[in-house]
Design a protein around this ligand. Structure first.
Ligand SMILES: [Zn+2]
Length: 383
């Protein structure tokens, strides 16, 4: 059976809603998208494996394989999209609209459309001549917990040599990004009448000390670490939200602070958590049981591939752009745990992702197909 053309594929994948959200009223299954991809890749002779994520009913990963053995190339992406703002879209997010050299729709660049490009690129290649396998990975819940990519990294069932994640980089290879950690510190004191401080334990006063320590840590991170590929070279720490107390005449019994940290390659979440706990130790000794630290979400590590790695050099050569570091997160740190050289490279600009009227500029079509074909030829097809 002949694969459908790019526009038809785009139309059908955009028409299948697959929003993931931490808000249950938005969150949807990605099963329909996964089934569609299973069809597309079976038609290209791939063996397709669909796995429901443990503890997440209705959320699926797809792994499609053509060719035998380890190594080869993994082309990866996520099947979910962010929610959309109904009042601000001028187009129907689930109906592909072609207008002014653009394709509008939710997921056109971030990033369901990438799977249509993969099929478009592969259907003209002679896949019976593969000397290394090609694998396609389509994940669930990248926009929320990265549960799909975490599951793949945890299972370690595949060992590709190279991985390309088709997030919208403007077809510029990305070899590095920071990670992200969201943390909470909760201080539990004891309330009491404000007329005598001995009546209670003031959580705001303890938090004041905590914040002093966090600002020391912020300075320490800047002095100790630097990665010249990033515009802001050090791991950052930002105080983002605080809430505590209720009344001027009551000793504050509870105060909570939310902050984030952005790890850099080589300085992982564990190391940053270690520094954090070390910074808070004197306060904990002084006020046992008053200070509680917790993750607001599971940490996303930083990711970096050696700028001299074969895949990074090949991508730069094929696209004509040197590889860059960026300031947004992807599934790359988890995919990289499979042991493969990993880059992020795909059509569309990140500035149009997570925006009303998300679109793919049609000028990306030909170069994207060519880049994918080059990569497959270089890493999987005998000359
Ligand atoms: Zn994305």
């Amino acid at each position: 059976m002949k694969s459908p053309n790019l526009l038809d594929m785009y139309r059908s994948i955009i028409a299948l809603p697959s929003i993931s959200s931490t808000d249950p009223s938005w969150d949807q299954s990605n099963e329909q998208v996964i089934r569609l991809l299973a069809d597309w890749f079976s038609q290209l002779g791939f063996e397709v494996e669909v796995t429901e994520l443990p503890d997440l009913p209705g959320k699926f990963n797809l792994l499609a394989t053509r060719g035998r053995g380890d190594g080869g190339l993994l082309l990866a992406g996520h099947t979910d999209t962010v929610p959309f703002d109904p009042g601000r879209w001028n187009k129907d997010p689930f109906k592909l609209t072609e207008e002014g050299n653009r394709l509008y729709g939710l997921g056109t660049i971030d990033m369901k459309g990438f799977f249509a490009f993969i099929v478009e690129a592969l259907k003209d290649l002679d896949l019976s001549q593969l000397d290394k396998p090609i694998r396609i990975l389509a994940t669930a819940d990248e926009e929320t917990t990265m549960a799909g990519a975490r599951a793949i990294a945890g299972a370690m069932a595949i060992k590709p040599d190279y991985a390309v994640i088709g997030e919208p980089t403007g077809l510029v290879p990305v070899m590095m990004h920071k990670g992200h950690m969201s943390e909470a510190i909760r201080i539990t004191g004891r309330s009491g009448h404000s007329s005598d401080p001995a009546n209670g334990l003031n959580a705001l006063e303890i938090m004041h000390q905590v914040m002093g320590r966090l600002l020391d840590l912020q300075r320490q991170l800047k002095e100790k670490y630097a990665n010249p590929h990033f515009k802001v070279p050090q791991p950052t720490l930002n105080l983002g939200h605080i809430h505590g107390g209720d009344s001027p005449n009551r000793i504050c019994a509870c105060c909570e602070l939310h902050f984030d940290m952005r790890p850099i390659p080589g300085v992982g979440p564990d190391e940053l958590m270690g520094l954090l706990h070390h910074a808070l130790e004197p306060i904990r000794e002084q006020y046992p049981d008053a200070v509680e630290v917790s993750h607001l979400h599971e940490p996303i590590p930083a990711y970096g591939t050696d700028p001299d790695a074969e895949l990074v050099r090949a991508a730069a050569e094929i696209t004509g752009h040197p590889a860059e570091a960026v300031n947004y997160c992807t599934e790359a740190p988890f995919i990289q745990q499979l042991g493969c050289q990993t880059i992020v490279l795909g059509p569309g600009h990140i500035a149009q992702a997570h925006q009303p009227d998300e679109y793919l500029d049609l000028s990306f079509v030909t170069p994207t197909v060519q880049v994918l074909q080059h990569l497959v030829k270089r890493f999987c097809l005998s000359k």
